[in-house]
Design a protein around this ligand. Structure first.
Ligand SMILES: [Zn+2]
Length: 398
């Protein structure tokens, strides 16, 4: 099927296109033109978002679950519910993120997740585009809620078992730099195509720098589960903020990081290296109650997900992260869009098939108003309904 998408502006990695006319065929963008210069092809369905900004759907490299499900369930039901929910919130692609669990349980989960990711069927909404291993190679001192009995010292052999169980679909791994063997593992994993994200760590600045030399590409939820910044021992946080080549995640829900620290992070990581993530868990989009994060029981009350009093992931969605960033920093929607699209896709090396609107990519897009509010979301060129609100904004005609 052919359709045409119109808006007042398009933000893509290549720049802003005023009055765009985007031709979509079989769920993929085939052409981006200008409304003024090109006739709308006659048989096409037209989705008219005049007055609004069109942008690539968001990419979340740190997501454990939502809509009552955790990715480690590894079932089609769980993944389809997650896929549908995320698309309603503007996310087009995500890395299914594990938490530390007993090794056998993790291997089983990874095998099930890999089978689902390899299946050829279309996703109802957001696409899982790989796996993020958060654990087991994390620091005891900064483990957060990751169970201490399941944390392991870095081992190439254990990593290979995890990588092979996941059929090579691991794209990102969180690793604490100070652990013995971390550098060798970082080099080995990087060679196998896995990006290293430093985090859950009590590392000194020097220990952190050694892992950067071994190829670390990003940092996991900056400030959370990290040794605090100190003027004599900058620690991991000091290196993450100061090292211009390093990407860095942030959970911008107003709970995990104080808005003043969000502003500091934004000034230092900026539009080139900042990555907004959710760290969302099963309770996201659900009422208060008890939910699972991997194998752990987590309580959701008043927007906070905790396990025995410690923050246990979030219930954030990326559309809200964008709104919070605008409120906390005063930056514009266009300035912030790379943090949810181009940067995460580039960091994990999949920028050729997600995080942009260009010919050849799946037509996953968001429609935003000037204040950054999510008006509608398109998965493979099809509007994902969010109740009446979205329907009222798109003028669809045949
Ligand atoms: Zn996490």
């Amino acid at each position: 099927m052919q359709s045409v998408i119109l808006a007042s502006w398009l933000w893509a990695s290549s720049g802003v296109v005023p009055e765009p006319l985007i031709l979509v065929e079989d769920g993929r963008v085939v052409e981006i033109g200008s409304r003024a210069l090109r006739e709308t092809p006659k048989p096409a369905q037209v989705l008219d978002y005049s007055g609004h900004l069109l942008a690539p759907a968001f990419v979340d490299v740190h997501l454990h679950g939502c809509a009552g499900h955790d990715v480690m369930e590894g079932s089609a039901t769980a993944f389809h519910s997650i896929s549908r929910f995320l698309a309603q919130k503007g996310t087009g692609s995500f890395l299914a993120t594990t938490v530390t669990a007993p090794l056998d349980a993790t291997l089983k989960s990874l095998a099930a997740m890999a089978a689902l990711l390899r299946s050829t069927g279309e996703w109802p909404g957001a696409r899982p585009c790989g796996i993020h291993l958060e654990g087991p190679f994390l620091s005891h001192a900064k483990r957060g809620v990751h169970p201490p009995e399941n944390l392991l010292e870095p081992s190439i052999e254990t990593f290979d078992r995890l990588f092979d169980a996941a059929e090579g679909l691991v794209r990102l791994m969180t690793l604490a730099p100070e652990l013995p063997g971390a550098e060798d593992l970082a080099r080995h994993a990087t060679q196998r195509g896995v990006r290293i994200s430093i985090g859950h760590s009590n590392a000194t600045a020097q220990e952190t720098e050694r892992l950067l030399s071994a190829g670390a590409a990003s940092a996991t939820h900056t400030f959370n589960a990290m040794r605090a910044l100190d003027h004599r021992e900058p620690g991991i946080a000091g290196v993450v903020l100061g090292e211009t080549s390093l990407f860095a995640e942030l959970i911008c829900d107003g709970i995990h990081v104080d808005p003043r620290m969000v502003r500091l992070w934004w000034r230092l990581k900026g539009a080139e290296r900042g990555i907004l993530v959710t760290d969302a868990m099963a309770a996201t989009g659900m009422p208060d109650g008890e939910y699972l994060l991997g194998g752990m029981r987590v309580q959701l009350a008043n927007g906070r997900a905790t396990a025995q009093g410690v923050l246990a992931g979030s219930v954030l969605t990326l559309d809200r992260a964008l709104k919070n960033m605008i409120a906390f920093t005063g930056a514009s929607v266009e300035e912030l869009l790379p943090l949810l699209t181009r940067n995460p896709a580039t960091m994990i090396g999949i920028e050729s098939h997600c995080g942009n609107v260009c010919a050849g990519q799946r037509a996953d897009m968001v429609v935003l108003d000037v204040d950054g509010r999510l008006i509608a979301s398109l998965a493979a060129g099809v509007p994902v309904l969010r109740g009446e609100q979205a329907a009222g904004h798109a003028t669809a005609r045949r």
